[in-house]
Design a binder for this molecule. Structure first.
Ligand SMILES: *[C@@H]1O[C@H](CO)[C@@H](O)[C@H](O)[C@H]1NC(C)=O
Ligand SMILES: *[C@@H]1O[C@H](CO)[C@@H](O)[C@H](O)[C@H]1NC(C)=O
Ligand SMILES: *[C@@H]1O[C@H](CO)[C@@H](O)[C@H](O)[C@H]1NC(C)=O
Length: 799
C-alpha cells in the first residue's frame, strides 16, 4: 500500500558502546525507492568524500538488501519495496539488520532498520460466513464463541474493536484470552423462539486502530435448534512443542484433543486449522478426526524458527473452541560455513611489505549457537596468514616479502570449520597473482667475453654476441643492448663496433689493423625497459690477430737506388769476419715477422755469406789480392708468413784499405772544391771508425765471453727513423721470433759525401726525442713516438 506524502522519516540513532558505531533508523514500510532514510556518514562521523575510496558498502550477509548507500552524500536510501507484513508477519517489532563495511582500515557498523507498520491491511475473518446452531431453550446469558478477525498489521493497526449489528437477541462480549488474542463471543440477551424465527442473520464488524481505521466484516448465520449442546473443550489452551529441523515427512508433531460432553453425533469432535500461515500450511497437516499434526513439508530452522497455528475443534452442531499450537524448531548443524571474499587486491605487488592486507574474508554460518561458531585457517606453505578482525571478518595479510620471479601466483585455500557435532567445513580457493616490479637488473651470461678477429676483416662482419637475461615481466624484462660510449686507442667506440640492440650481436664497423692496435675493451650495457630502467654491463675484449700484410722493411742498407752506400772491406780481413749487416724489420708479428736473409746474387759467390736469421754478412775465406775490388750482393729478406712476403736490397762492398784506390769514387760527381776536404774527412772517419770498431769488437768480445751469450756481433749506432718502427718491435723477443734489437756502439757506414755524415745528426735532430739516453756505453734507447698514433705507444728500441 502506498503512502504518498509520507515524507518525514523517524530517524533515531545512537552510538553503541562497541568500538564501532551502530546506528538505528526507524521508518515506515512501503517507502518509495530512493527515499532517504538518513545520512549515515554524518551519523557515524565518516567523511562522505572518502566513502568511495574506502569501498563503503552495505553488507546484507546474503539476504535481500533493502537499502543502499549514496557514495557521494552518505545518504542511506530505500532500495526496494519494504513490506513489513511480508518480512515480519505478526512480529510486533520488525527489524532489518545490515552492516556497513569500510576498508582500509576494515570497519564495520551495524545498521538496524526498524520498519514501522502502515495500516495497509484490513481485518479479515477466517471464514466468509460463521454458522451457529443454537437450541431455542438456551438460557439468557449463554455464550457462543466466534473466530476472531485477523489484521496483518500490528499494534494499533491490528484489530482493535468489534461491533455487532444491532439485533433483538445477541450482544457482543470481547475479552482478552490467555494467548494474547481475544475471545469474541455472542451473548444471548433475549431467548430465541424457534417458532418465531428459525434463523437469525447478523453482521459482525472488526475495525483496526489505524488512522483512518479499516474494517472487515463477516455474516453470522444462527440456526435455531430444538436440543441443547455443549462446545468441545481442548485438553490444553496452548500446545507448545519442539521439533528438530529437517524432521522427515510424517513425523508426528503433536496430537491435540478436545472433548465434548455431548453424546452421540453431538459429541463427535472434528479438528481443523482455524488460522495458519501459508508457510505453515506447506509444512504441517492436521488429521480432522485424530487431531494429529504431522510434518508434510521441509522444516528449516533457518527459514522459520517458530510456527504459531490455531486449531479449532468443532462438534456435530458446529459449536467450536480453538487452541493455539506453538511449534519451536530446534537447530541442527546442517549448514556448512560460507566463506565470502569481501575484497581482494589482485594482483598484489611483489614490493608489498610483509603485513600488507590483500583481502578481507567474511565467514558466515546460518546455524545458531555453537553450530554457528566458525574457525578459519589457511594452509601453511604460503606467505600469507589470516588475521581475525571484527566479528567473523578476517584480513588476509602477507607474512613475507613476495618475489614474482620465484612464485608468480598463489592458490590460497581458506578452510572454515564450525563447532557443531559433527562439525561442517567448507573451503574457498583464492587465486592471487603477484604483480611485477622492475627489481632485477639484466644479468649477462658472461661478465667478460673475448673475441678474436683477424685484421683486415670486412667492415660489418659480426664478431660475437652477448646475452643477458632479466627475469622480470614483459617490458621490465625486455633487454636492449648498447655499447657504452667512450674512446679506445683514440677512436670513438662507435667507429669500431656496433651492437644489435635486440640480439646483442656485435659487428665490426671498420677493418682493424693489427699493426695499429692489437686489442681493445668495450663495455656492453644491457638495459631493461622498465621505468626506471635497470642496467648492467659486461666487458668485451676484442683481440686482433695478425695477418701477414706487411713486407719486411729494409732499414740498412738504404733501399735500392742509393748506390752510394758502400761498405769498405779491408783487404786484410780474414775468413769469418763480420763485414756488414742487413737490418730489416717487419711490422707484423710472430711468424709473420720472423725474417730470414738470403743472398740472391753476388759478384763472387764464394766470398760472402749471410747469416740466415741475423742478416750478418761475413767473409767465407780470407780476402786475396785477386778478389775483385767491387763486390755487389743482392740480399732478399723474407718473412715467415703464409704466403711469405719479401724485400730485396743491394749491398755494395769495396775491398780496399785506401779510399784513394777506389776508382769508382773518383767517378762520382764530386764537387771539386770540396773533394780534398771530403777526402780528409773520409780518411779521418774511416780511421775513427776502424779504431772504434776494433774497440767495440774487443769490448764486445769481453762482454760476450762474460755473458756466454751470443748477442753482439756487430756494433754500430744506426739511427732508425722512428716511423719505421712498429710497437711490436720491442717485444718480439717474447714472441719467439728473431730478436731484432741489436746494440751498435759504432756507426759503420761509408759513403764519402758529407751529407752521409749528417745522416745521424739529422735524424737525431728531427726524430730523436730529447730524452734519448744511452744505457751503459753500448745501449742507446730510443723512445719513438709514432706520429700517426693518437696515443703514446712507448716503444723501446735498442740498436
Ligand atoms: C587450487 O588448489 C586446489 C586444491 O589444492 C585445486 O583444487 C584447484 O584446482 C587449484 N586451483 C588452481 C587454479 O590451480
Ligand atoms: C614493471 O615494473 C613497474 C615498477 O617497477 C610496474 O609498475 C609495472 O607494472 C611493471 N610492468 C609490468 C608489465 O609488469
Ligand atoms: C659497469 O658496472 C660496474 C658495476 O657492475 C660499475 O661500477 C661501472 O660503473 C659500470 N660501467 C659502466 C660504463 O656503466
Amino acid at each position: 500500500m502506498e503512502h504518498k506524502g509520507f515524507a518525514f522519516v523517524f530517524a533515531l540513532f545512537f552510538l553503541a558502546s562497541s568500538s564501532y558505531g551502530d546506528v538505528s533508523y526507524s521508518f515506515p514500510e512501503e517507502m518509495k525507492g530512493g527515499s532517504v532514510i538518513g545520512n549515515i556518514a554524518k551519523d557515524l562521523g565518516l567523511d562522505p568524500n572518502r566513502l568511495s575510496a574506502r569501498k563503503a558498502r552495505i553488507d546484507a550477509e546474503g539476504k535481500r538488501r533493502y537499502c543502499d548507500i549514496n557514495m557521494r552524500t552518505g545518504d542511506l536510501t530505500v532500495n526496494d519495496r519494504i513490506d513489513r507484513e511480508e518480512l515480519c508477519s505478526e512480529k510486533i517489532t520488525c527489524q532489518l539488520k545490515y552492516e556497513l563495511m569500510l576498508e582500509s582500515p576494515l570497519e564495520l557498523h551495524r545498521i538496524t532498520l526498524q520498519i514501522q507498520d502502515n495500516n495497509d491491511n484490513i481485518p479479515v475473518f477466517p471464514n466468509d460466513i460463521i454458522k451457529l446452531e443454537i437450541r431455542e431453550s438456551a438460557a439468557k446469558g449463554s455464550r457462543y464463541r466466534v473466530n476472531e478477525a485477523h489484521d496483518a498489521d500490528v499494534g494499533q493497526n491490528a484489530v482493535q474493536t468489534y461491533t455487532l449489528q444491532i439485533n433483538d437477541h445477541f450482544v457482543l462480549a470481547v475479552s482478552p484470552n490467555v494467548d494474547g488474542g481475544k475471545n469474541v463471543e455472542l451473548v444471548l440477551d433475549k431467548e430465541l423462539d424457534r417458532e418465531k424465527e428459525q434463523e437469525v442473520k447478523l453482521i459482525l464488524t472488526a475495525a483496526d486502530g489505524g488512522s483512518p481505521p479499516r474494517s472487515g466484516s463477516v455474516e453470522i448465520h444462527v440456526t435455531v435448534l430444538d436440543a441443547n449442546d455443549n462446545s468441545p473443550l481442548f485438553s490444553q489452551p496452548v500446545y507448545r512443542v519442539s521439533l528438530p529441523e529437517n524432521s522427515p515427512l510424517d513425523t508426528l508433531v503433536v496430537k491435540v484433543s478436545a472433548t465434548d460432553a455431548d453424546e452421540g453425533p453431538n459429541g463427535d469432535v472434528t479438528y481443523g486449522f482455524s488460522r495458519i500461515s501459508n508457510k505453515a500450511r506447506k509444512a504441517f497437516s492436521l488429521d480432522p478426526t485424530t487431531g494429529e499434526i504431522k510434518v508434510t513439508g521441509p522444516i528449516d530452522f533457518e527459514d522459520e524458527a517458530q510456527y504459531e497455528l490455531r486449531v479449532e475443534a468443532k462438534d456435530g452442531f458446529g459449536l467450536s473452541t480453538d487452541s493455539k499450537i506453538i511449534i519451536e524448531i530446534s537447530d541442527v548443524n546442517d549448514n556448512a560455513p560460507v566463506i565470502l571474499l569481501k575484497s581482494l587486491s589482485d594482483p598484489v605487488s611483489e614490493s608489498a611489505p610483509p603485513g600488507t592486507e590483500v583481502g578481507i574474508i567474511n565467514v558466515q554460518d546460518r546455524d545458531s549457537e555453537n553450530n554457528r561458531n566458525v574457525r578459519c585457517s589457511i594452509q601453511h606453505d604460503v606467505p600469507f596468514k589470516l588475521v581475525p578482525s571484527v566479528k567473523k571478518y578476517y584480513s588476509l595479510v602477507t607474512t613475507n616479502n613476495l618475489d614474482r620471479e620465484t612464485v608468480s601466483a598463489y592458490n590460497i585455500t581458506i578452510t572454515a570449520t564450525d563447532e557443531g557435532t559433527p562439525p561442517l567445513s567448507s573451503f574457498k580457493y583464492v587465486q592471487l597473482s603477484v604483480a611485477d616490479v622492475n627489481d632485477n637488473p639484466p644479468k649477462f651470461e658472461h661478465q667478460s667475453l673475448s673475441t678474436h678477429v683477424t685484421e683486415n676483416n670486412k667492415p660489418g662482419s659480426s664478431l660475437c654476441s652477448v646475452t643477458a637475461t632479466d627475469p622480470d615481466w614483459r617490458q621490465n624484462g625486455t633487454i636492449m643492448y648498447s655499447l657504452s660510449a667512450g674512446e679506445v686507442h683514440g677512436f670513438p667506440v662507435s667507429s669500431l663496433l656496433s651492437i644489435n640492440g635486440d640480439t646483442g650481436v656485435i659487428h665490426a664497423v671498420r677493418s682493424f689493423d693489427y699493426e695499429q692496435f692489437r686489442s681493445f675493451n668495450v663495455q656492453v650495457v644491457a638495459r631493461d625497459n622498465g621505468s626506471p630502467p635497470l642496467s648492467s654491463n659486461a666487458t668485451v675484449s676484442v683481440f686482433i690477430s695478425d695477418e701477414n700484410d706487411n713486407s719486411p722493411q729494409i732499414l740498412y742498407p738504404a733501399p735500392d737506388g742509393n748506390s752510394f752506400m758502400t761498405e769498405m772491406v779491408p783487404k786484410t780481413v780474414q775468413a769469418n769476419s763480420l763485414v756488414s749487416k742487413v737490418i730489416a724489420v717487419d711490422a707484423d708479428s710472430g711468424q709473420n715477422a720472423w725474417l730470414s736473409y738470403h743472398i740472391m746474387k753476388s759478384t763472387d759467390p764464394g766470398l760472402f755469406t749471410i747469416s740466415l736469421h741475423s742478416g750478418e754478412i761475413k767473409t767465407l775465406r780470407d780476402i786475396s789480392e785477386s778478389d775483385v775490388m767491387k763486390q755487389t750482393l743482392v740480399v732478399a729478406v723474407k718473412d715467415n708468413g703464409k704466403p711469405a712476403l719479401s724485400a730485396t736490397c743491394t749491398m755494395y762492398l769495396l775491398i780496399s784499405d785506401n779510399l784513394a784506390e777506389v776508382p769508382e769514387l773518383k767517378d762520382m760527381s764530386f764537387d771539386e772544391s770540396n773533394s780534398k776536404l771530403t777526402s780528409y774527412l773520409i780518411i779521418a772517419l774511416v780511421s775513427v771508425c776502424t779504431i772504434f770498431f776494433t774497440f767495440i769488437v774487443v769490448a764486445f768480445a769481453t762482454r760476450f765471453c762474460r755473458k756466454r751469450k751470443p748477442r753482439m756481433l756487430f756494433d754500430g749506432a744506426v739511427a732508425i727513423p722512428s716511423a719505421y718502427i712498429s710497437p711490436n718491435y720491442a717485444d718480439v723477443e717474447g714472441a719467439g721470433t728473431l730478436r731484432s734489437s741489436y746494440n751498435y756502439d759504432g756507426y759503420l757506414t761509408t759513403g764519402s759525401r758529407t751529407s752521409d755524415f749528417k745522416f745521424v745528426g739529422s735524424y737525431s735532430d728531427a726524430t730523436m726525442p730529447a730524452d734519448q739516453t744511452l744505457k751503459n756505453s753500448t745501449l742507446s734507447v730510443l723512445h719513438a713516438e709514432r706520429p700517426y698514433h693518437d696515443t703514446m705507444v712507448p716503444s723501446e728500441v735498442c740498436f
